[in-house]
Design a protein around this ligand. Structure first.
Ligand code: B16
Ligand code: MG
Length: 218
């Protein structure tokens, strides 16, 4: 194991809930409709535009390209507003220690988030210098569940996919890591059964446990 590729929302910080809250607000304001809880998983790890498609499909609505762009922009504004007070205290349990243990062991760290807000969030969390590479989701051909963002992060670290482990909280993200030919660590419930190894929460993660998962599944 030479590199660890982190997802951001739901792995490093608990921002996943803010994303869905912003979608819910948008749908209430524009369409006077409520999104069911089940839709949250379907938008996790999925790009802003793909998430909006999932939501419009659910509502059985079609909108013009202009309205689509305006809705995506409005959701992002609402989401970014909720990030205003984000600080290091919002790093999920165990993640700060995990990052420092990996760094001490000389592993390379990459960010493989679908979020275009990734760099701002890392900055607010005080983690901007912790990562050796941040893959740009705007520059990959296909979002999660395609492997592109994880392959881009490994390439930016000059590592082979087989030498990397990916950490994810979403169904689409675990599928992306597996498709990239990496060992996948799922953080969450039974919906992540396709991960090489699954942990219930970030506080269950440790460097030895992840190294062991890589050895067992490489
Ligand atoms: P943005 P991750 C993903 O981040 C979120 O899980 C997903 O809900 C969101 O739609 C996507 O980022 C795009 O985010 O609108 O900020 O560009 O989990 O891949 O770190
Ligand atoms: Mg995530």
């Amino acid at each position: 194991m030479k590199g660890v590729l982190f997802d951001l929302d739901g792995v490093i910080a608990d921002t996943a809930v803010f994303h869905f809250a912003a979608w819910r607000k948008l749908v209430r304001d524009h369409f006077r409709a409520e999104l069911p809880d089940e839709l949250e998983e379907k938008t996790k790890g999925v790009s802003r535009e793909d998430s909006l498609k999932v939501i419009l499909d659910y509502l059985q609505l079609s909108v013009s390209d202009e309205e689509f762009a305006a809705l995506a922009a409005e959701k992002n504004e609402a989401y970014v507003e909720t990030l205003e007070d984000l600080k290091p205290a919002h790093i999920l349990p165990g993640i700060a220690d995990l990052i420092s243990d990996f760094k001490q062991a000389g592993l390379k760290l990459g960010l493989a988030s679908a979020s275009k807000n990734g760099p701002i969030i890392l900055d607010k969390l005080g983690l901007a210098d912790a990562f050796d590479a941040i893959a740009d989701p705007a520059k990959v051909a296909q979002g999660k569940p395609a492997p592109d963002i994880f392959l881009a992060a490994a390439a930016a670290l000059n590592l082979q996919p087989a030498d990397c482990v990916g950490l994810e909280d979403s169904v689409a993200g675990v599928t992306a890591i597996n498709a990239a030919g990496m060992v996948s660590i799922g953080i969450g419930g039974a919906e992540l059964a396709h991960a090489s190894e699954r942990f219930e929460s970030t506080s269950d993660l440790s460097y030895p446990a992840i190294e062991a998962a890589w050895q067992a599944n490489r």
